[in-house]
Design a protein around this ligand. Structure first.
Ligand SMILES: Cc1cc2nc3c(=O)[nH]c(=O)nc-3n(C[C@H](O)[C@H](O)[C@H](O)COP(=O)(O)O)c2cc1C
Length: 236
C-alpha cells in the first residue's frame, strides 16, 4: 500500500524514464511472467483515480492453454474470408470519418511499422499476416482483456484509460513491456464467450504483456509526438 503522508516529491528522472521508455512492443520473448508480478502490476495500477472512486476496471489475465485457445479462435475468425462483415466492433474506438491531422498521423505510424518490416503498400497478404500477430498477443506469455460494465458512462472510460496507462508504466518499472490492443474489439463475441462474460459487461481492449524481443525489427519503431506548443494554449 501507498505510504502516508504523501512524499513531497518523487524522483522525476525515474518517473519520466518509466513513462518515456514505454513503447508499444510487437514481438515478445517466451520468458514467462509470474502471476505475482502480474498481480503486483495490477495492484499498483489500481491506484488510478476514478470519479467517486468507482474503479470501473475488470481484468482477465490469460496465460498458457487459455491464452492459446483464445488466440486460435480469434486467428481463425480473422482469417475467415468474410471477417470484415462478420466481425464488427461493439463500440467505435476510431473516428468514423478520418480528418486532418489524425489521418496523417495514423498513416505515418502504419507505414513506418510496415516499412521496418519490409511490407509494401500493395502486399495485402503480408499486412493481413502482420495484423494477425495481434491475435497471438505478439507471442507474449500474458494476454490481458479489459472489461467494463455496460451501465457505466463515458467518464468511466476516461478513468479506465488512466488505469491502462498505469498498467503499462508499472510494467516498465519491472522491465516488462506491453502493447495495448484495440484490434481485439471486433472479436468481442468470441472473447465474451471465452471469458464467460455476463451480458452486462463488454470488452474495452486487450493488451500483450511480457519481455520485449530486442532482436525483432518491429520493436525498433519509435513514434513521434507533436511539440507541446502545438497542442497547448497558454492564456495569461
Ligand atoms: C487503446 C489503444 C489501442 C491500441 N491498439 C493497438 C492494436 O490493436 N495493435 C497495435 O499494434 N497497436 C495498438 N495500439 C498502439 C498504438 O499504435 C501506439 O500507442 C501508437 O502508435 C504510439 O506508439 P507507442 O505506443 O509506441 O508510443 C493501441 C494503443 C492504444 C492506446
Amino acid at each position: 500500500m501507498t505510504s502516508s503522508p504523501v512524499p513531497a516529491n518523487l524522483d522525476s528522472a525515474v518517473v519520466d524514464r518509466a513513462i518515456e521508455s514505454r513503447r508499444s512492443i510487437r514481438a515478445f520473448l517466451d520468458t514467462p511472467v509470474s502471476r505475482e508480478t502480474v498481480v503486483d502490476i495490477l495492484r499498483v495500477a489500481s491506484r488510478a483515480p476514478s470519479g467517486t472512486n468507482i474503479q470501473p476496471w475488470r481484468v482477465y489475465v490469460l496465460t498458457g492453454e487459455s491464452k492459446e485457445q483464445l488466440a486460435d479462435k480469434i486467428s481463425a475468425a480473422h482469417n475467415h474470408p468474410d471477417a470484415a462483415t462478420l466481425y464488427v466492433e461493439e463500440y467505435a474506438y476510431y473516428p468514423r470519418t478520418w480528418v486532418t491531422p489524425y489521418i496523417e498521423r495514423r498513416r505515418k505510424v502504419g507505414w513506418d511499422l510496415y516499412g521496418l518490416l519490409g511490407i509494401t503498400k500493395t502486399d495485402k497478404p503480408a499486412m493481413h499476416h502482420q495484423h494477425g500477430r495481434n491475435y497471438r498477443f505478439f507471442d507474449a506469455p500474458v494476454g490481458i482483456m479489459f472489461v467494463i460494465d455496460r451501465v457505466l458512462e463515458r467518464g468511466s472510460w476516461l478513468d479506465y484509460g488512466m488505469f491502462l496507462q498505469n498498467v503499462m508504466i508499472a510494467a516498465r518499472a519491472r522491465g516488462l513491456d506491453t502493447c495495448p490492443q484495440a484490434a481485439f474489439t471486433p472479436f468481442h463475441r468470441i472473447i465474451a464467450e471465452h471469458l464467460k462474460l455476463p451480458d452486462d459487461q463488454m470488452l474495452v481492449c486487450g493488451m500483450s504483456l511480457g519481455y520485449a524481443d530486442p532482436d525483432k525489427i518491429e520493436n525498433s519503431l519509435v513514434t513521434v509526438r507533436e511539440p507541446v506548443e502545438h497542442f497547448t494554449t497558454f492564456l495569461e
